[in-house]
Ligand binder design. Structure first.
Ligand SMILES: Cc1ncc(COP(=O)(O)O)c(C=O)c1O
Length: 395
C-alpha cells in the first residue's frame, strides 16, 4: 500500500471533478451538452493560423532544446512590450511558464509558508485554493458582491486581513462570474494592498474577451510602486490552451520584490523551462493580427445575450450579466447546488459545474455555465435546464 500525502485530501478542482458524473450520464446513453469546459477549441473556435505557423517554424528551425528558465528572449521581450501597452511600469521580471497555471503555482510556492494565507475571491478559479491546500495555507476567502455586479467587497477584504496574510488575488475578468472590475474598484484594492504591505496576484487571462463597452484595466498600471504579479497567457484570448504557455509580469518597488523574486527564480530554474518551440507563439499572438478577437466576440456576444435572457426567464434562477470571459454564474433557488447539478446531469445530459466548486457565500447556491457552444446547443441546454428546474421546484 503506497500512502498518499494528507495534503492531497484537501485538493479539489470542481471543473474536472464533475466529469465522473458526466461519465455516469454517458453510460446511460444520454446525449451530453458540455457547458463545463472553458476550452474554446472544444467548440467552433480555432487557434489563429499565424500562431501555429510560428511554432511550426520554430520547430523546423531547431528551437527544440531547453531555453533560459524565464523563457526565450523573443517571448520575454514580447511580454515586456505588452506590459508597456498595458501601461505597467517598473517591470522587475517577466517569466514564461507552462500555462498561467504554472506561474500561479510557482508564485504561491515562492510566497507561502505553512499557515500563511492569501485573500482569494469567492467565487473564483479553484486552482488558487487547490495550490494553497498543497502548501498547507488555509483558505482565506473574500466575497464578491452579487448585488453589485459581482464586484469585490473592499470592506470584506479589509476585515479578512490578518497577521499571516501575504497577498490578495484578483481575477479580472473573473471566472466564474464574468465580472470586470471598474477603475475605482481596482484603485481601492491597490490602496488596501499598499496600506497593508501585501503582494497583489492579478490574473488577467480573459483581459481581451470583453462584451459591449466593458474596459479592462490592469491593476498594476494604477500604482507603479505596488508589488504586483500580473498573470496572462495564450489559452483564452488567443484560443490556444493546449499550447500550455502563460506568463507572469512582476512589477513594482524593486526592493520590496527582490527576496520574493529570488525565491521564484530558484523555482523557475529547478523546473528548467516551459516548452521552448511553443514560446514562439507569444510574439505571434501579442504582435500579430488580432482579427480572431473580432470573430470570437461576434460569435460570443449573441451567446452571452441568449444565456443571460434564457436563464433569467427561468423561475428559480437569476443571473448577473457577464461583461467578460465566457462564463455565467446564475443563482439557484434550491437547497444544495451540488445535489441539483448531479441530478441535472444524470437526467438531462447538460453538464455544468456546481457553484460550491468555486466558493460562494454560505447559504447561496449557484452553478457555472460556459457559453462557448453554438446557439443551438445553448438553446437546447437552457430549455432542458428550465424544464428540469420546474420539476425540481414542484418536488
Ligand atoms: C482565471 C483563470 N486563471 C488561469 C487559468 C489557467 O490558465 P492556463 O491555461 O494558462 O494555465 C484559467 C483556466 O481556466 C482561469 O480561468
Amino acid at each position: 500500500m503506497i500512502k498518499h500525502s494528507k495534503k492531497c485530501d484537501n485538493v479539489k478542482y470542481a471543473v474536472r471533478d464533475i466529469l465522473s458524473v458526466a461519465g455516469e450520464a454517458k453510460k446511460k446513453g444520454l446525449p451530453l451538452h458540455y457547458l463545463n469546459i472553458g476550452d474554446p477549441l472544444k467548440f467552433d473556435h480555432s487557434t489563429p493560423q499565424h500562431m501555429i505557423e510560428a511554432v511550426h517554424k520554430a520547430m523546423l528551425e531547431g528551437q527544440n532544446g531547453y531555453c533560459a528558465s524565464s523563457g526565450t528572449d523573443e517571448a520575454v521581450e514580447a511580454v515586456k512590450r505588452e506590459a508597456k501597452r498595458l501601461n505597467i511600469q517598473n517591470v522587475q521580471d517577466v517569466f514564461i511558464t507552462s500555462g498561467a497555471s504554472e506561474a500561479i503555482e510557482l508564485c504561491l510556492t515562492a510566497l507561502l509558508d505553512p499557515g500563511d494565507n492569501v485573500l482569494t475571491p469567492f467565487p473564483g478559479y479553484p486552482l488558487y485554493t487547490a495550490v494553497q491546500a498543497k502548501l498547507d495555507a488555509p483558505e482565506n476567502p473574500y466575497y464578491l458582491d452579487e448585488a453589485n455586479d459581482w464586484m469585490p467587497d473592499p470592506d470584506d477584504i479589509r476585515k479578512k486581513i490578518n497577521s499571516r496574510t501575504k497577498a490578495i488575488v484578483l481575477i479580472n475578468p473573473n471566472n466564474p462570474t464574468g465580472s470586470v472590475c471598474s477603475k475605482e474598484m481596482l484603485m481601492e484594492i491597490a490602496k488596501i494592498a499598499e496600506e497593508k504591505d501585501l503582494l497583489v496576484l492579478c490574473d488577467e487571462i480573459y483581459d481581451k474577451i470583453l462584451y459591449d463597452d466593458a474596459k479592462h484595466i490592469s491593476l498594476a498600471s494604477l500604482n507603479p510602486d505596488l508589488p504586483v504579479i500580473t498573470f496572462n497567457g495564450v489559452s483564452k484570448s488567443y484560443i490556444a490552451p493546449g499550447f500550455r504557455i502563460g506568463w507572469g509580469i512582476a512589477s513594482g518597488n524593486k526592493q520590496k520584490l527582490s527576496g520574493f523574486l529570488d525565491a521564484l527564480n530558484k523555482l523557475l530554474r529547478a523546473r528548467l523551462c516551459a516548452c521552448t518551440p511553443v514560446m514562439a507563439s507569444v510574439k505571434a499572438a501579442l504582435e500579430g493580427p488580432q482579427d480572431h478577437l473580432t470573430a470570437l466576440m461576434k460569435k460570443m456576444t449573441p451567446r452571452r445575450d441568449m444565456t443571460y435572457k434564457m436563464l433569467n426567464d427561468i423561475e428559480g434562477i437569476s443571473c448577473v450579466k457577464p461583461k467578460g470571459a465566457f462564463y455565467a454564474f446564475p443563482k439557484l433557488d434550491v437547497k444544495d447546488d451540488a445535489d441539483f447539478v448531479k441530478s441535472l446531469i444524470m437526467e438531462t445530459g447538460v453538464i455544468v459545474v456546481p457553484g460550491s466548486g468555486f466558493g460562494q457565500k454560505p447559504g447561496t447556491q449557484h452553478l457555472r455555465i460556459v457559453f462557448l457552444p453554438d446557439e443551438a446547443t445553448l438553446k437546447d441546454s437552457y430549455m432542458k435546464l428550465a424544464e428540469f428546474m420546474n420539476k425540481w421546484r414542484r418536488k
